[in-house]
Write a protein that binds this ligand. Sequence first.
Ligand code: DGJ
Length: 694
Amino acid sequence: MTHVSEDGRTWLLSGPAGSYALHVTDRDELVHLHWGPRTGPADAEALAARPLPEDWPFESRLDGREEYPVEGGPRFVRPALSVRAGDGRRGTEWTFEGYETGDDGLRLRFRDGDLTVTLHYRMRGDVIERWAVLHNREPAAELLRADSATWTLPDRENWRLSQLHGRWAAESRLIRSPLTLGETVVGSRRGHTGRQHLPWVALDTDATEERGEVYGCALGWSGSWRISVAQLPDARVQITGGAGHDDSGLLMLGTGETYVTPVFAGLWSDQGFGGASRAWHAYQRAHVVPDADRDRPVLFNSWEATGFDISEERQRVLAERAAAMGVELFVVDDGWFGARTGDRAGLGDWTPNPGRFPGGLKPLADHVHRPGMGFGIWVEPEMVNPDSDLYRAHPDWVQFQPGRRRTEFRNQLVLNLARDDVREYLWERLDALLSSAPVDYVKWDFSRCFTDAGWPDDPYPQRLWTDHVRGLYALLDRLRAAHPGVAFESCSGGGGRIDLGILSRTDQVWTSDNTDPLDRLAIQHGFSQLHPARVMAAWVTDSPNVMLNGRVSSLRFRFVGAMAGVLGVGGDLARWTQEERAEAREWVALYKEIRSVVQRGDLYRLRPPEGGLSAVQYVLGDETVVLACLQAQHFGEPVPALRLRGLDPGATYKCRDTGEVHRGAVLLHHGLGTGLRGDPDAAVFRLRRLRSTD
Ligand code: DGJ
């Protein structure tokens, strides 16, 4: 809902719990008024009537107050918009042209000569989506930087910054630290979202898991990006974010051209970190993730079982074992195509390896479909091995700088998806592939970053950074439209491409190559700050863990941890004993019972991954699921009961696992005994609220 003041210069947007207000001054400065609890039009107008500080030579009257600081004039903050006009002039001096409100929110239009800047605001529950649209008449102007939005926090003391940082096999680690004066910049200059930071920050002063105000911002962009959290000299805090890591140029806006920034979404919550996460999850399920009300199936993935040593016969054996275990989707990972018998060759040649799949993929797909499983394949379309037919035919299709070495990582180069011919080739190959065999699922990988991001033939090669990502989005959108039954997973050498942009066109993401059940708890804890369980793929793999650390763990511990997301199995089932497979079958059956609660329910993080006992709880309607993992127990230290959340204190709940009936108030205030002992140990508790008819 948007309220507009009578003079058409103050706007108030409201969601169920929160409001956001802004105002254009009589000098056409767009200033921020309010972001926080729900408030009324009179409050917004009272805030608009407060005078801005006077101009003086030492500080800016605008800094820390503007909704979208442009370059130029009396400003010293990092500009959200930096333009070099066709005549060489830098900076922007705009006039306010007007606004529109409608179902899709609020649009404010500003003009500076031939450039129109339209700022968009759209409420999605209490999440505000913001983006900017730049339109140029003529002549061509260079967009050096065009952020999506700048968010302004209220004046408070002692801000604390939460971020999700990481590296390969240790993604999404949550850290919290005091915000210092100056700028804290997180981002990626790698061409993809990156594992080093997820594009999200949260700020609070004194929040706990279930109490206190939290401000969060998340960017929907899968290329290089930057979010800068600036604490200005007067301690005001602003968060500016958008595509691209630096200010060296996004693209040329030719005559009549338009650039639309990605969405930068913001959320205010007074329900602590847990409440903020639940609001983010609800937003993504309702407005971002496709078909989010459809539960994701249990999958098997062959990567850890076979590596590159793929044969149709071996995959058939795995598929039979997976089907017997109750798996619903069988995914053949890397190694099924071209000359891809290791990581040195074949990337780019998307036809089945004739030695490995003499009849193509269809016979295996049919075999997998017979017991009712879906069939999935791995691809990495944006890449090429130099030792491939594609590269031999088109060495100029990769990103490269003329006269410079082409940097290889994992023996591969990055294709330039900004090029029409490259996208067209990939479309034809992938469309043919999806038409050649009944494929239900595509795991789309992107295993290395940009390094030599050059495009020698293009007059403005810099645009490759954004246009590659737009090319990827266009390709995914086209494939999804042409093959509506196919689901897509975003993978990037583990969790390197997880953001709201890719999530709007994929069905789930690969969280991390780290499948060690203990390490996973911390990764999943971080992931859950922003993203819902519905998109978080989690596999049970072998013990000892072959990929990483050799850790030995029970099937019980591995399954309970992986059930916190979209369950998958990734072990070498050919080597699992009959007893292990029988036990796994029971866990898979249990997961199917609880998955709608896990994937669609409200998440409560009962205990963090640090320390002995960690636990998460999901609530959907009358159903509650608790997943508890005891990592370590010291002798003499009791395992604490789990104080549940989100329950009705006046109701009673029956635990289907113990048969006990509990009072809601007791579960909330005294907790649920887990009976866990020794380490590591884990358990699932299913509670149902009893109705008078039960
Ligand atoms: C990286 C992914 O994260 C793995 O799951 C696997 O698909 C490999 N690539 C295959 O090369």
